[in-house]
Design a protein around this ligand. Structure first.
Ligand SMILES: N[C@@H](CCC(=O)N[C@@H](CS)C(=O)NCC(=O)O)C(=O)O
Length: 211
């Protein structure tokens, strides 16, 4: 497998954690997002959306981090990233989707670039935008964890799908200086995850292309 990756891409970070948890190896190719390499025609051949990550498996080009992770789960079921009960699986997926669909896309590089270059929004206002959507999302996740969390990780005492999405989003929040005091459960889950080698090895600062 080949993973097209960027150290600071939180969507690629999710896939790096999944590969590590499942003990799978992939060759990493770096796509420098700040230099716009994701928009180059040869990369768009692999990923027409011009987004990272892309996982190459044989002749197939898999895109969208959640689809890639679900693919890895189907092909390599152990250790499982989803719990056995259907309702629990729905709860875990909802947490992952709250990040993947409702927080991350609004703060993506191309959105920030449009705000800067087309709408002429200055940097302090762009940072305020970024933090606003994380804070709104984290408030809801904190209350979901309070209701159904209770374990060491997002769901119980085994790291799983929701953790793969939460930890990279916390890394983004910290980079933008989001005040994390209001989210004690998110902080506790994040710390528990980062104590695990699979999460630690996937951190942006531990990637060969880190700047
Ligand atoms: N929903 C996609 C999001 C992928 C995505 O937005 N990746 C970001 C990096 S985290 C990216 O490639 N951004 C490039 C850009 O905005 O131009 C996924 O989960 O794979």
């Amino acid at each position: 497998m080949i993973l097209y990756d960027y150290f600071r891409s939180s969507a690629a970070y999710r896939v790096r954690i999944a590969l590590n948890l499942k003990g799978l190896k992939a060759e990493h190719r770096h796509v420098h997002i700040r230099r716009g390499e994701q928009l180059a025609p040869d990369y768009r051949e692999l990923n027409p959306q011009g987004l990272v990550p892309t996982l190459i498996v044989g002749e197939r080009h898999l895109t969208q981090s959640l689809a890639i992770i679900e693919y890895l789960e189907e092909r390599h079921p152990l250790p499982a990233l989803l719990p056995p009960g259907a309702e629990d699986r729905a709860w875990v997926r909802a947490l992952a989707l709250a990040i993947a669909c409702d927080i991350h896309p609004i703060d993506n590089s191309r959105v920030l670039k449009y705000l800067a270059e087309v709408l002429k929004v200055d940097e302090p206002a762009r940072d305020a935008w970024y933090r606003h959507w994380i804070e709104e999302g984290f408030r809801a996740i904190e209350s979901q964890l309070a209701r159904h969390g209770g374990g060491r990780y997002c769901f119980g005492d085994t790291p799983g799908l929701a953790d793969l999405f939460l930890v990279p989003q916390v890394a983004n929040a910290r980079r933008l200086h989001v005040a994390m005091e209001p989210y004690p459960r998110i902080r506790a889950v994040n710390e528990a995850c980062l104590d695990l080698e699979a999460f630690d090895r996937a951190r942006p600062e531990n990637q060969p292309d880190a700047e």
